[in-house]
Design a protein around this ligand. Structure first.
Ligand code: ZN
Length: 132
């Protein structure tokens, strides 16, 4: 049985594999995302835990881009610009401004988020299958 954090991480990964399928890498802006691509966080997990499972802080990207981004300011800039294009400047700025307000999720918050993400996953799954 998975713990709550693992369940949340797994749900986000599954949602993104439907939501971002066929879109370009969120970091370099190239290619077409598929099953081998990884979940990339704009605000990194190490800086804040509150945006770890926020669907507007994550998108699929190349595994290589994700691993070298932090050492490459241009890739990091490209990631930000692609996030703004996909989710809107207001949303990305709002997340950025809150990045240091560390919010610790209680067990009940995680359980609510799991319910919410399960519904989101069902919706993305249905849309994905209907488009095929
Ligand atoms: Zn890439």
């Amino acid at each position: 049985m998975k713990n709550l954090n693992e369940t949340l991480t797994d749900l986000v990964r599954k949602i993104l594999h439907y939501r971002d399928a066929g879109k370009p890498c969120i970091i370099c802006g190239k290619g077409e995302m598929g099953k081998y691509d990884v979940v990339c966080h704009n605000i990194k997990q190490s800086k804040s835990t509150q945006f770890k499972w926020h669907l507007h802080n994550v998108a699929l990207g190349h595994s290589k881009c994700n691993s070298i981004e932090e050492a490459d300011p241009l890739l990091s800039l490209s990631h930000n610009l692609n996030m703004i294009e996909r989710f809107g400047a207001d949303e990305i700025i709002s997340i950025y401004e809150q990045r240091n307000n560390t919010v610790k999720f209680a067990k009940s918050d995680k359980e609510s988020l799991i319910k919410e993400l399960r519904v989101t996953l069902l919706c993305h799954e249905a849309i994905f299958k209907n488009l095929k």
